[in-house]
Design a protein around this ligand. Structure first.
Ligand code: TRP
Length: 349
């Protein structure tokens, strides 16, 4: 589909970890490199990041560059993907304000992703900022500003896409046919879509301290793997073990390739053989963790090396973002013009 316009977005609220890597980044880079689109954008969603971090501007600022380094080091290519910073495209804020008329408070409160986030956030216990409640509207602005019709994302983003399409339809029915609907494209494997934390928690998250970051050193990775949660009932090597709720095995099922088995654990042909042995009993955690460490080291070393190289020249990374942002801004400005014309706000034309 040559008229495909793809937008991906990441909140810069922390460095990216292997959960982001297998849940989104690998998929996005594969889409980028397949080249089956007319335009692809990679947005660093700092303004959205601020909706629950407005009290920590330094954190968001610092992580814009961290996330840019992460994106480049996993293979985002500025020649193919327009990388830009959300807040530096003020047209997005302008669109958000007009779209706000088209959404009710009740509809925002029903958005399951937003609802879940609000419930989890202690800092919102005494009052919910309007900015946070309305971020799905700003996300609709992000998507429609670039006329994106494909958004690759995890299932947590499905409610955002649904709300975007509601806004698109409402806008078009009131003001005329200006905005285009959008589709979410989710990664194939549901397992890869959400990697558990190293502690076995369902989610990898900075606040839980259970992440392996793309920028982690070889030693950091080794330590994390050594202390990983496994099957608490697998006490002795002979005991049968559980692999399905065991993060060590979940990570292996995602990251271990046949060539890793050939290089580091040739007694087993593939994941299925290794998992079967663990479930039967007779396979110790230390051996499995050593293998996982080798697999992760192999996977992350080239990313880290690229990242270290890029980090030596931050001004070049900033310049790349500036150029991308300028290009993105020109496209968003065209959409704002069309939107304002449709809304009869084109007084001086
Ligand atoms: N909500 C996304 C996240 O939390 C980030 C995001 C902002 C986004 N705007 C977007 C994603 C537009 C896709 C399209 O990761």
């Amino acid at each position: 589909m040559a008229d495909k316009i793809i937008l991906t977005g990441i909140r810069p609220t922390g460095p990216l970890h292997i959960g982001h890597y297998c849940g989104a980044l690998v998929n996005n880079v594969a889409i980028q490199n397949a080249g089956d689109y007319s335009r692809m954008y990679g947005m660093i969603a700092d303004a959205q990041g601020l909706t629950d971090n407005f009290d920590d501007p330094e954190k968001v600022r610092r992580n814009v560059i961290e996330v840019a380094l992460d994106m480049l080091s996993v293979g985002y290519d500025p020649e193919k993907t327009t990388l830009f910073i959300q807040s530096a495209v003020p047209e997005l804020t302008e669109l958000t304000f007009y779209y706000m008329n088209l959404v009710t408070v009740a509809r925002l409160q029903r958005n399951p992703t937003v609802k879940g986030e609000i419930a989890q956030k202690e800092k919102f216990a005494n009052g919910l900022p309007v900015g946070f409640l309305t971020y799905p509207i700003s996300q609709a602005a992000d998507i429609t500003a670039f006329r994106a019709n494909v958004v690759p994302a995890g299932d947590d983003q499905a409610p955002m896409i649904e709300q975007t399409n509601e806004i698109v339809h409402k806008f078009n029915s009131i003001y005329g046919d200006v905005l285009s609907p959008v589709k979410i494209v989710m990664p194939d494997s549901s397992l890869a879509a959400r990697l558990p934390g190293t502690d076995g928690n369902a989610k990898m998250s900075k606040s839980l301290g259970n992440c392996i970051y793309l920028k982690d050193s070889a030693d950091d990775i080794a330590t994390r793997v050594k202390t990983m949660f496994t099957d608490p009932k697998h006490l002795r090597v002979e005991d049968p073990g559980n692999t399905t709720e065991n993060p060590v095995f979940i990570y292996l099922s995602v990251f271990a390739k046949p060539e890793h088995f050939a290089a580091f654990l040739p007694e087993y042909k593939d994941y299925a053989e290794l998992a079967a042995h663990y479930e039967r009993g007779g396979l110790g955690d230390v051996k499995v963790k050593k293998f996982l460490n080798a697999v992760l080291q192999e996977t992350l070393r080239p990313i880290r090396e690229r990242r270290e190289m890029l980090a030596r020249d931050i001004p070049s990374v900033m310049e790349m973002l500036r150029v991308g942002t300028e290009r993105a801004r020109a496209v968003a400005a065209e959409t704002v013009d069309a939107v304002k014309r449709a809304m009869k706000l084109n007084y001086f034309e």
